[in-house]
Design a protein around this ligand. Structure first.
Ligand code: ADP
Ligand code: ZN
Length: 750
């Protein structure tokens, strides 16, 4: 009996065993198949033939069901991808089916992808020479529309200029101004001919290719050092200050890879996938550039996928984290720009993977090079560079002799004390903004919180409206006078009065919407816009805002961290950070690192050629050492301090973390499950297990949440630790008192 292990997009078992019935051609790994599951029929992917499942739950003796149909003639997933999926499932503790669900565009899995076809028009084959058309033109004397259309056709198609060409019917109609009926008549008369051809949905780029900029001396040195690192088989970290020209160095390296006939994967944070960057790359790489984007339709993504699957042509693919799932045949280089960015980590659902780690595995298997680039490396990456595991390459100067921005602190304690504030703006900041506006400059104001106010409260009794699904206060959005939960999206109108005592509301704290309001009061003559999640929900709104700001149709741009990522504007002379304190107050061990990265990145938006930028940071803690490092742009000093803390408090890179999120609708079952799991893990791991932690937001969407955190020494066996974790989870699932508990492991949490 022939059997196969099939991957199904489910979280239950890893793979499922089916019989290959007689008469069915034996499928290969990576081909899609239709299989029965319960009473349904679903699409799966062949993992292995014959089956090697020995798991009892699959059971050798149980009657296996038959594969219904093999959907592909050739695999749509390469062996290298299957091995990567295997690694991901094992490393991140999920099923290979969950990896598959994340990896393949939905349409590819549903198998309802349809190629787009266009009608093409050509001349009927008996006409091989213009002379032969003379009688045709004579016959069309009384049919001026047909005659005109035929003339347009000859003009557009260059029919006798070498090969007979075909042209799109749509184009023919558009240019001639005639209707499809006229085309049809000419087809019936056997003068023209129609055919359906498959066309690409991927927008093509036909403009002229421009040469890349020549590299500066500093950039050349960096490129050479990177290449030397590659030659030694090392991963390289390009630590270059903002605007040092890291992108120019990437372009240079990509071009060399393409010339060697290789493929390149270029990963960036989702939000940085703007037309600013794609246009810059298209100008240099033209059609060799592919963009894989979540804002594209699924059909478009399928086309990029298929295009790569079937070719070994040199190509560079620009993508956010999901680019690691593409079927590269001939990968030579992976670039991870802004490698410190936390959006490379998928939080939910499984696989909770970090694209940087996956890309490193992928490159290792393909013998490809890896380049990490950033102005503010993650502590883990910089540690690898310092200990020699990675090759460290630095660029300390900005392009064209531009200096790094000056950072000025404003002490909010003093300002409030002296009453030198207008709402949330200290007087010196107001003064600076005014000066810059007068000089026709642009300003970015950064506030890492959207909405109007993080919460409202009753003036009389102190009542704070909370979300009915989550244990969190609701954010006040003034524009539509509503309260919105930023965890589950639940929205209600602001109650006219306090439901508890009838008192009036007062709002607390500040979000971008409130800042926008205050800016409009302070600078009524300025053109102001806001960029946050609420103003960029539509498909193109993010792009529109960036374009408008780049055209200088906006003087002041207020935004959340969206404004910090990789954008270049020529007239920005001042960046204001309204408060940085809240970023540092979060209990996360990465909060200082994040704050530093955020501040340095947002500061990097200030100042362009011939125009030194300035950054103003308002804070209640001007003595915080983070500012000493920030003002000197001293990353290495900041890193050294962080590393000490990481060692003392047992965090990465000295320890590896596993977080277990435990969830249940029922509070007492959750409590039992968390305590049981903790007990079991403490037996195995001792004080490496944190004990039950109540997270700051302990109920989301009606699920109560508890957390356990494990710290495993970097030199201990991580695989062994994970095995114990999985056994402990299985044990909890077997307890009737914990029925229904959800336990989600998060490996290397961010
Ligand atoms: P980074 O990625 O380090 O922030 P970029 O590569 O975006 O820096 O460069 C910053 C700006 O300087 C860009 O506008 C870029 O076009 C310009 N630039 C950098 N290097 C060069 C170069 N060698 N020739 C011309 N322009 C350059
Ligand atoms: Zn909620």
């Amino acid at each position: 009996m022939m059997t196969a292990d099939v991957i199904l997009p489910l979280a239950i078992a890893d793979t499922y065993t089916y019989r290959i019935p007689d008469g069915l051609a034996c499928p290969e790994p990576g081909m899609r198949v239709l299989v029965p599951l319960g009473r349904k029929t679903i699409t799966g992917l062949i993992y292995r033939v014959p089956s090697q499942n020995t798991d009892d739950s699959v059971g050798r003796n149980i009657q296996l069901r038959d594969i219904i149909e093999v959907l592909d003639e050739r695999p749509i997933v390469l062996p290298s991808q299957l091995s990567l999926w295997r690694w991901m499932a094992d490393y991140y503790l999920c099923t290979i089916g969950e990896v598959m669900a994340a990896a393949l565009p939905a349409r590819l899995l549903d198998n309802d992808y349809t190629a787009r076809t266009e009608v093409y028009i050509s001349l009927a084959p008996q006409f091989t020479d213009i002379e032969q058309l003379q009688p045709v033109f004579d016959s069309l004397k009384r049919a001026p529309k047909q005659k005109k259309l035929l003339e347009y056709f000859l003009e557009l198609s260059d029919a006798f200029d070498g090969q007979p060409h075909s042209i799109e019917q749509r184009q023919l109609i558009e240019f001639s101004g005639e209707s499809t009926a006229v085309v049809r008549t000419l087809i019936e008369k056997q003068i023209l001919r129609a055919s359906h051809e498959v066309v690409s949905r991927i927008p093509s780029y036909d403009a002229d290719i421009e040469p890349a900029h020549p590299l500066t001396e500093q950039q050349q040195r960096a490129a050479q050092k990177i290449q030397a690192g590659f030659a030694d088989g090392k991963v390289c970290l390009l630590h270059g200050v903002t605007s040092s020209g890291k992108t120019e160095v990437y372009i240079h390296l990509i071009r060399q890879m393409l010339e060697q006939g290789k493929q390149v994967l270029y990963l960036v944070p989702e939000i940085a996938l703007t037309t600013q960057l794609t246009d810059r790359l298209k100008r240099v790489f033209g059609k060799q550039l592919g963009v894989y984007h979540s804002r594209f339709s699924d059909m478009e993504r399928v086309e990029i996928y298929k295009d790569l699957l079937e070719s070994t042509e040199p190509k560079v693919i620009l993508s956010a984290r999901s680019g690691v799932f593409l079927p590269f045949n001939n990968l030579g280089l992976v670039i991870i720009d802004e490698e410190h960015d936390s959006s490379f980590k998928q939080q939910d659902p499984a696989p909770r993977y970090h694209a940087r780690s996956v890309a490193l595995m992928m490159a290792l298997a393909a013998h490809a090079n890896v380049l990490l680039g950033t102005a503010t490396p993650s502590v883990e990456t910089y540690y690898n560079a310092q200990t020699g595991k990675y090759q460290l390459v630095e660029m300390k100067e900005r392009y064209a002799g531009l200096s790094l921005p000056d950072i000025t602190l404003v002490d909010l304690k003093q300002q409030y004390h002296r009453k030198e504030m207008y709402e949330h703006f200290a007087d010196p900041l107001v003064e600076k903004i005014r000066e810059q506006l007068a000089q026709g400059k642009q300003i970015i104001i950064f506030q890492n919180r959207r909405g109007y106010a993080p919460y409202i409260s009753c003036r009389k009794c102190g009542y704070v409206p909370k979300c009915c699904n989550c244990d969190v206060s609701m954010t006040y959005h003034k524009r539509n006078n509503s309260l919105i939960c930023h965890y589950c999206g639940h929205m209600i109108a602001v109650p006219a009065a306090c439901p508890s005592c009838g008192g009036e509301w007062r709002d607390y704290g500040m979000g971008t919407e409130k800042i926008e309001y205050e800016v409009n009061m302070l600078f009524p003559e300025a053109r102001v816009a806001r960029m946050d999640l609420d103003t960029t929900r539509n498909k193109n709104s993010h792009q529109h805002l960036i374009n408008a700001f780049a055209r200088h149709d906006i003087d002041i741009l207020i935004g959340t961290q969206m404004v910090t990522k990789g954008l270049h504007f020529n007239d920005v002379s001042l960046v204001a950070v309204l408060t940085a304190d809240s970023m540092m107050q979060s209990p996360d061990f990465r909060s200082y690192e994040r704050a530093f990265q955020m501040l340095e990145q947002v500061a990097g938006r200030a100042g362009r050629v011939g125009n030194r930028g300035e950054v103003v940071v308002q804070t209640f803690q001007p003595d915080n050492p983070i500012y000493t490092y920030l003002r000197k742009h001293n990353y290495a000093g900041f890193f050294a301090e962080q590393l000490k803390e990481r060692r003392t408090f047992r965090y990465p890179p000295f320890y590896r973390l596993i977080v277990l999120n435990i969830k249940h609708r029922d509070y007492s079952r959750l409590d039992t499950a968390a305590r049981e799991l903790n007990e079991r893990l403490q037996k195995a791991f001792g004080n490496r297990c944190s004990g039950v932690i109540v997270p700051p937001v302990s109920r989301v969407q009606n699920m109560h949440i508890r957390i356990l955190r494990l710290r495993i020494e970097a030199n201990a066996s991580f695989a062994q630790a994970k095995k114990i974790v999985m056994q402990s989870i299985a044990y909890i699932h077997s307890l009737p008192s914990c029925k229904g508990a959800i336990i989600q492991p998060d490996i290397d949490p961010m």
